[in-house]
Design a protein. Structure first.
Ligand SMILES: CC(=O)c1sc(CCOP(=O)(O)OP(=O)(O)O)c(C)[n+]1Cc1cnc(C)nc1N
Ligand SMILES: [Mg+2]
Length: 614
């Protein structure tokens, strides 16, 4: 095995082309083997194998900085930068991250997970390099999906102006998680066609050269002139960035050759590399959407596995039905059609569906524009990615109290994607925004009730739900809900647990059938049910949420009690003030003390010791 001889990128320099090609296959097998057992970003990483090997063959990491945008396509990078022996721990608690991570390796130039950050990071590194009088390369690998992000496009504008020496490698596989969108994406496709034309012409040129060198010379000059004109319309030239390509991203020899040349160039260069997402694994090539991030699978007989009925699907079904009843409903997603459960909706209501690309800010402000014209927009968005559109929520939606619904998926700890993806800040960053209401349903029925009502209450509403499965609600079920009112699920004589969202199940488990402890589905955070809170303030209270403790649901309860001049004995359970790495959700909840065990412990500390049911 050649991979056994590779303990760092310097070991690639000694390998001949054949050995590198063999190594690429070994790396593919290892990526498939480990992703089969751990799950992970299979198709993206398979598509980037040759590119990674060529980059590490030509450049000298860690002196040269090689950045991977999103960092989910970097499994080959991890394997050749000293982590092959730990690769089997990928995305597991205590194991290596599924993305690049500065603290994990000197070869990981940035910590990533959210898209479109590599270009601004690269600009910063190039500025620092030149200020420090250092001499090394800065290379940013960015996918065609990540390039739809505003951060990336704005960074290009600055990079072109400053003309710092750096290489941008556009890894164009025409895919985001689903099919990529945007005008640039269409243009890249055209360029690829031109590439084929160029190849055909090259073939023609060779034949022509043999027949008549004079004629060939004339044609060639005309073509060069045409190419120049052709390139003038290339947007990268407008950005002041040299564009080279498109080139075959699986042709190791060609990649090494062209990278060697580009190394010598000054100023910013963009190399347009065309790859196949899922390359080398038939099922992933055939369906890069499913195999973008599969859960475990049998590598010998790779089949799609159903992960059960999720909150995302419950949302997708509800909003699809709602759109049949409410013609003004319009759903937007920032490149997360599958993740947000919108495949069915996008097929049934294509005229009222929009995937804006990886640009959450555009999703939110487009929704504002729709609302200003009387539509009822719903922004389907992960909690962690909504962080990208915080100002838009305030500035473009909340100030004018526009009727935009935020269907916040992946709210809470999300597991193997780790710190960059846990949705544990949204309550804190949303609840201070005037006009914005916040709710968390306990099940799919309540989700339907809240969604429907949210379209009627007016103003912006955020409904948050976790990465989890949920019991399907019957089609056509639209229960009423007392907006702003909590729900007592279990009476108690000594204490009440006020649970928000996913932690309700832990609260019920902890309380069991002990008559001393009541449980409240505190499903509305804003407005808070102050009437019920006042009534319950004569008991001991415990709040629990799958969110940072600071600024979360518990904070809102404390503030309300203070404003009402009430002083019950109260404990607030939430995530402590640190980041949680990747790991299994129940385990991370246990570590955070917000599971049933943690609730029992907190109640015991308040003098309500519960018997632990077997
Ligand atoms: C991992 C993750 O969360 C990914 S990977 C990905 C597609 C990236 O497409 P690209 O063309 O850049 O790469 P490719 O997979 O190689 O084709 C998205 C949208 N996401 C979710 C996402 C959404 N929004 C933001 C800000 N960041 C991320 N990471
Ligand atoms: Mg892509």
């Amino acid at each position: 095995m050649i991979l056994e001889r590779v303990n760092g990128p310097e070991d690639l320099k000694a390998l001949g082309l054949e050995e590198l090609q063999l190594l690429a296959e070994e790396i593919r097998s290892e990526i498939i083997r480990v992703t089969a057992q751990n799950g992970g970003h299979l198709a993206s990483s398979l598509g980037a194998v040759e590119l990674v090997l060529a980059l590490h063959r030509v450049f000298d990491s860690p002196k040269d900085r090689i950045l991977f945008d999103v960092g989910h396509q970097a499994y080959a990078h991890k394997l050749v930068t000293g982590r092959k022996d730990r690769f089997h721990t990928l995305r597991q608690e205590g194991g290596i991250s599924g993305f690049t991570k500065v603290s994990e390796s000197p070869h990981d130039a940035i910590t990533a997970g959210h898209a479109s950050t590599s270009l601004a990071n690269a600009l910063g590194m190039a500025l620092a390099r030149d200020l420090m009088g250092e001499d090394h390369h800065v290379v940013a690998v960015i996918g065609d999906g990540a390039l739809t992000g505003g951060m990336a496009l704005a960074a290009l504008n600055k990079i072109g102006e400053l003309q710092k020496r750096m290489l941008i490698v556009l890894n164009d596989n025409e895919m985001s998680i689903s099919e990529n969108v945007g005008a640039l994406n269409k243009y890249f496709k055209e360029l690829q066609i031109r590439k084929w034309v160029q190849d055909a012409e090259k073939l023609g040129k060779n034949i022509l050269e043999r027949i008549s060198p004079q004629l060939f010379g004339l044609v060639d000059r005309a073509k060069e002139a045409a190419k120049l004109i052709l390139h003038q319309e290339n947007p990268f030239y407008a950005w002041g960035i040299r564009y080279i390509g498109p080139v075959d991203g699986h042709d190791l020899k060609g990649l090494i050759h062209i990278l060697e040349h580009l190394k010598a160039l000054d100023g910013p260069t963009l190399l347009h590399v065309v790859t196949k997402k899922g390359k080398g694994y038939k099922v992933a090539e055939a369906d890069p959407i499913y195999w973008h991030g599969p859960p475990g699978f049998d590598p010998k007989k790779p089949e799609k596995v159903s992960k059960g009925y999720s909150w995302s699907q419950a949302f997708g079904d509800a909003v699809t039905e709602l759109a049949h009843m409410e013609p003004r409903l319009f759903v937007l997603t920032p490149a997360m059609r599958e993740g947000s459960g919108l495949v069915r909706y996008s097929l049934e209501h294509p005229e009222r569906y929009l995937d804006v690309g990886i640009c959450e800010d555009v999703a939110v402000t487009t929704a504002a524009g729709l609302a200003l014209k009387g539509m009822k927009p719903v922004v389907a968005i992960y909690s962690t990615f909504l962080q990208r559109a915080y100002d838009q929520v305030i500035h473009d939606v909340a100030i004018e109290n526009l009727p935009v619904v935020f269907a916040i998926d992946r709210a809470g700890i999300v597991g193997a994607d780790g710190a960059t993806h846990h949705g544990v800040f949204d309550i804190a960053y949303l609840r201070t925004v005037p006009n914005l209401q916040i709710a968390a349903p306990k099940d799919a029925l309540e989700l339907r009730a809240m969604l429907k009502k949210a379209l009627e209450v007016g103003g912006p509403v955020a409904i948050r739900y976790p990465r989890d499965n949920v019991e399907r609600a019957p089609e056509g079920a639209w229960p009423e809900i007392a907006w702003g009112r909590w729900e007592v699920l279990k009476e108690g004589t000594e204490a009440y647990i006020l649970a928000f969202g996913k932690t309700l199940r832990y609260a019920l488990e902890a309380a069991g059938d002990d008559p001393r402890v009541g449980v409240v589905n505190a499903r509305f955070l804003k407005p808070l049910d102050r009437e019920m809170l006042r009534a319950l303030s004569r008991y001991k209270l415990l709040t629990v949420e799958d969110h940072q403790r600071m600024g979360g649901f518990g904070s809102a309860v404390l503030e309300a009690l203070n404003e009402m001049g009430l002083k019950p004995e109260i404990q607030v359970l939430g995530l402590p003030d640190r980041f949680f790495e990747h790991g299994a959700i129940p385990s991370l909840h246990r570590q955070a003390g917000i599971d049933a065990e943690g609730i029992r412990k907190a109640l015991a500390a308040m003098g309500v010791a519960l018997v632990h049911e077997r």
